[in-house]
Ligand binder design. Structure first.
Ligand code: HEC
Length: 145
């Protein structure tokens, strides 16, 4: 199904262009001064993946309780053979979340709580995850490298 894959990729790529364009209108894009970088990036402009108040062990438990593994294969989570969503192995190294937004802590928390707010047509459901649970889950996912 190579043709379909290509269409999928180019749809995503097209969707990203405005985001990349807008990001480059932000002052941080033009300045080498790390003080003006978004709080979510480190001095080199890479996402820091620090999750304030997030606890990876609690996150692991929340992932089990919420049933994320029904759709995702997630290292360290029992009986995970989900094939509906992408595998979440090496998640800390991903550049984008769902091919839509840069993989920052804030966007990951937003994705976990309300995926439709990032990609309206995504098949991932809104599971009613709380802010605290999302922080813990993000902390766990960022241990996957
Ligand atoms: C009903 C199936 C389903 C469930 C349940 C589900 N997801 Fe997803 N998830 C998806 C799909 C499908 C995608 C791909 C979204 C896209 O690209 O539009 C996705 C994408 C993701 C991504 C982005 C992955 C990437 O490669 O960029 C993360 C992170 C994620 N899900 C985390 C979770 C977490 C955490 C839970 C539990 C709270 C969860 N998901 C529950 C279906 C699901």
């Amino acid at each position: 199904m190579r043709g379909e894959d290509d269409r999928y990729v180019s749809r995503k790529a097209r969707a990203l262009l405005p985001a990349i364009f807008l990001a480059c209108l932000l002052p941080a894009c033009h300045s080498g001064d790390s003080a003006s970088a978004p709080a979510d990036t480190n001095a080199t402009g890479q996402p820091s993946h620090q999750v304030a108040g997030g606890n990876a062990n609690r996150g692991k438990a929340a992932i089990q309780t919420l049933g994320c593994a029904a759709c995702h294969t997630i290292p360290g989570i029992r009986a995970t053979r989900g094939m509906v969503g992408p595998p979440l192995a090496d998640f800390a190294g991903r550049v984008f979340i769902a091919g839509e937004v840069p993989n920052t802590t804030a966007s990951l928390i937003q994705w976990i709580r309300n995926p439709q707010s990032i990609e309206p047509k995504t098949a991932m459901p809104n599971l009613g995850v709380t802010e605290g649970q999302a922080r813990d889950i993000a902390a766990y996912l960022y241990t996957l490298r």
